[in-house]
Design a protein around this ligand. Structure first.
Ligand SMILES: Nc1ncnc2c1ncn2[C@@H]1O[C@H](COP(=O)(O)OP(=O)(O)O)[C@@H](O)[C@H]1O
Ligand SMILES: [Mg+2]
Length: 281
């Protein structure tokens, strides 16, 4: 189920002194099975953009096509929206039921599943995020930060979306919590779900994503494979963005006369290229 946006523009508070053009003519397509990272400076429009993809926000102009249909005009809008699951930044604020199981069952119940089916789906989703039976009766508010985040992800997964969108899923977590949530996202992608992840961590994006979209002032500044995007050192630094650690090191080594390919952005590729170079010295 591809998602296309065509000439998408969004303005907050139009016609007031607070008018802000958050998105400015974005056109792109996200295809089935992709793992896309969205990066960009704070205020570049990342959150506004992803909220369009499941019609939480309606474009000021332009279109969002989900499976070829304009999601905002479709008679099947509610059904289309459910196929695109969105996990907000700080999703723990979304938790509200008394127990973990009830919380995660809420979405599927809302989709019209019976109590039993909804519970089934919730249990399946909780399993996926590593919250087993002993968590079912716990209050979501008693969970650790990382567990709350995983519970919120389960709440969206329980609706079996074909596309999963996450806004800064690892932000604010400790290293263990980060790794856990990112491993879960990677596993969900490997089972066939399209994943779109907003992140300010270039290393997380480099490790997980296949394609990177860089937003700047509401426009697409770069869009390509990790190798293509993280090779654009000058452009990224002009936008105030850093490189993944390995790409940064590659760039520094090149400034000292190593002649390493610009396409290197992972530690593995860097160490392999360096080993080759040192062998031939
Ligand atoms: N609810 C809002 N009301 C008014 N302006 C907003 C609102 N949310 C975001 N903006 C503005 O829209 C622009 C894009 O914001 P946002 O999509 O949150 O960017 P990002 O997620 O990349 O930090 C910014 O200039 C921001 O100040
Ligand atoms: Mg944001």
């Amino acid at each position: 189920m591809p998602i296309s946006v065509k000439d998408l523009t969004y303005t907050y508070n139009p016609g007031t002194p607070f008018e802000t053009r958050a998105l400015d003519g974005i056109s792109l397509t996200i295809n089935d099975g992709e793992f896309v990272g969205i990066i960009g400076h704070t205020g570049s429009g990342k959150s506004t953009f992803i909220q369009h993809l499941n019609a939480l926000i309606k474009p000021t102009s332009g279109q969002v096509l989900v499976d070829g249909e304009d999601i905002n005009e479709s008679k099947e809008k509610a059904a289309l929206r459910m196929r695109v699951g969105l996990v907000f930044q700080y999703p723990e604020y979304q938790l509200f039921e008394e127990t973990v199981l009830k919380d995660v069952s809420f979405g599927p119940k809302n989709m019209g599943l019976s109590e039993e089916e909804a519970t089934q789906s919730a249990k399946w989703a909780l399993e996926k995020v590593g919250l087993g039976e002993r968590y079912y009766g716990r209050s979501p508010f008693e969970l650790s930060g990382g567990q709350k985040r995983r519970c919120a992800v389960a709440g969206v997964l329980a609706m079996h979306p074909e596309v999963l969108i996450l806004d800064e899923p690892a932000a604010g977590l400790d290293p263990v919590g980060r790794r856990e949530i990112l491993d879960i996202i990677r596993a969900i992608h490997s089972e066939g779900t399209t994943v779109i992840m907003v992140s300010h961590s270039m290393d997380d994006v480099a490790r997980l994503c296949e394609r990177v979209i860089v937003l700047e002032k509401g426009k697409v500044a770069l869009d390509g494979s990790c190798a293509e995007v993280f090779g654009q050192v000058e452009k990224l630094s002009a936008m105030g963005l850093t490189l993944p650690q390995a790409a940064l090191l590659r760039d520094r080594l090149n400034k000292r006369g190593f002649d390493l390919p610009e396409s290197i952005y992972t530690i593995e590729a860097l160490s392999q290229a360096l080993t080759e170079k040192l062998k031939t010295r």
